[in-house]
Design a protein around this ligand. Sequence first.
Ligand SMILES: NC(=O)C1=CN([C@@H]2O[C@H](COP(=O)(O)OP(=O)(O)OC[C@H]3O[C@@H](n4cnc5c(N)ncnc54)[C@H](OP(=O)(O)O)[C@@H]3O)[C@@H](O)[C@H]2O)C=CC1
Ligand SMILES: O=C1O[C@H](COP(=O)(O)O)[C@@H](O)[C@H](O)[C@H]1O
Length: 478
Amino acid sequence: MVYQMPSRIARGWPFRADRANVLAMATTPTTLFILGASGDLTSRLLLPSLAALLARQPQWRVVLRGSGTEERDPEAWKKLVGVAFADYPGAIDRVTIGDYTSADVTDRDAVAALIETLEPGTVLYFALPPAVTRAAIAAMQGMTLPEGTVLAMEKPFGDDEKTARELNDMLTALVPERQIFRVDHFLGRSMLLNLMGVRLANRILEPVWSAEHVESVLIRFDESIALEGRARYYDKAGAMIDMIQSHLLQVLALVAMDPPASIDERDLRDAKAAVLRATHVLGDDPAQSSRRARYTAGRIDDRELPSYVDEEGVDASRNTETLAEVVFEVANDRWAGVPFTLRSGKALAAKKSEVVLTFRQVRHVPKGLAGSPVDGGRLTFSLGPDEMRLRLHVTGGDDPFALRDEELCADLGEGQRRSYEEVIDELLDGEVALSVRADEAEECWRILQPVRDAWASGAVPLEEYPAGSTGPEEWATS
Ligand SMILES: NC(=O)C1=CN([C@@H]2O[C@H](COP(=O)(O)OP(=O)(O)OC[C@H]3O[C@@H](n4cnc5c(N)ncnc54)[C@H](OP(=O)(O)O)[C@@H]3O)[C@@H](O)[C@H]2O)C=CC1
Ligand SMILES: O=C1O[C@H](COP(=O)(O)O)[C@@H](O)[C@H](O)[C@H]1O
C-alpha cells in the first residue's frame, strides 16, 4: 500500500529550459557546488543522500565541488566524499569529484571569483551558518550568475518575516523564483508523500477531511536525542523555531490543503500557501494556545543527560525551550474551529513522530451497544517507521454487543528513502514542487510572531521536564 510519486516525466512537471536535456541525455552531468562542504550537514546528510540517490538513479552524473573557509587538500576532499559514498556500491562511479576551494563567501571579491568558475546550470547549495548565507547572498548582489544557476537555501530562512522578505528580495534579484530551492527536508519524507496519496486518492477519506468530521489534528515530532553538540545554532533557535516554524507548519499545510488540481509546483504550492495564509494561533491567544519547557538532568535508556542549561555552549539567560507546543486554527471553510496542535521537543522518553486525525463522535450510537466511544475513530500517520494506523471502534468480541477498539495497520515503509535524497533528486531535476515558495517562507514567520512576542514578554512560563520523560506532567498530549 505504497503511494509513490510518479516519475517526473510521467507527471509532466515543466522543466527549466536549460535542464530540459538532462533526462534526455542521461549522462549529462550536473554540477553540485556545496558551500560549507566541511560542515555537519554536508557530511552527515547531503553526501550520504547524494550517494543513495546515485546508487538508485543510474541516469544521474554529478560533478561535485565544495568550499569552506579552511584550506583542504584535494585528497582530504576526496576522502570525505569516499567515506560518505562507501555504503552505496556504484554511486562513486557516477560522481566526478571536482575542486575544493577555500573562500570566505561573505567577501565580495572572493564571491566574484567563485562565480567566475561556475558552469551554467550549477546547483549552488548554501550549507552554511544562516548568517553567513545571508551575507553571501548580500555579497552577490549586482553580480550576474551563469544561466540556470539554482540556489539551494537551508533553514532557518531568515529570522522573522521581515528578514525572510529581505532575503527573498535579494534572491530574486539574482535568479528567478523557479531557480530558488528553499529546502525543507520534511517535504522529502516518504511518509508525507504517502500521506498525500492516501488522503487525496481515497473516496473513504477525502470527503471526511474537514471540520465537519475531524475533531482535532495533532502533528507531533518528539525526539529522544538531545542537543548533540549543536548549541551554537539550537540555543538561539529553540524547539519552536527549529521545528514548528519550518517543518511542522509545512506538514500542517500538506494535511490541511484543499486538493490541488495537480501536483505541479504551482498548484501544490498555491494550495499550501492558501492554508498558511489562513492559519493563526487558536483564539489569537498565545498565552492560552502555546506552552514551552526545557529539559533538566535525566536518563534516556543508558544515557545520562545533563540539564539543558549545563550543556556545552548553552547560555542559560536565553531561556531557550527544548519542547514547544502551539495550537493553531486554519480559519477557512474546511477547517474553522478545529485545533491543530503542533508539538516538538528533544530529550524525550521516545522518538514519536506522527500526524493524528481524531474524528468526531458519530451522532448516534444504537441503544443496546455497550460502551460509549470517546471519538469517531482515529487515523495516525507515523513518520518512521512509516505506517498508517486506523483505530476503529468494533463489536464482536467476547461480548458481541460491547464496543472495543481495534487498529488496522498498514506498513508504508517500502521504497522508503532518506528525506534529503528526495530533496537532492528534485534539485538535480530542476524541480521546485517540494521546495518552500517565497510567500510560504514569509507566512510561516508571520504565523508564529504572536507566540514569539508572548514568550518574550513572559506571558507563557518556561516549564521543566526531566530528560527521558514525556514532558511536563500536566501536558495533555504527552
Ligand atoms: N547539521 C544539521 O543536522 C542540519 C543543518 N541544517 C542547516 O544547514 C546549514 C549548515 O549547518 P551545519 O552543517 O550544521 O553547520 P557547520 O557549522 O557544521 O558547517 C558550516 C560550514 O560553513 C562553512 N563556513 C562558515 N563560514 C564560512 C564563510 N564565511 N565562508 C565560507 N564558508 C564558511 C564552514 O567551513 P569551514 O569549516 O572551512 O570554516 C563549514 O563548512 C545551517 O543553515 C543549518 O541550519 C539544516 C538541517 C539539519
Ligand atoms: O531540521 C531538523 O530536523 C531534525 C529531525 O529531522 P530528521 O530527518 O533528522 O529526523 C532535528 O533533529 C533537528 O533539530 C532539526 O534542526
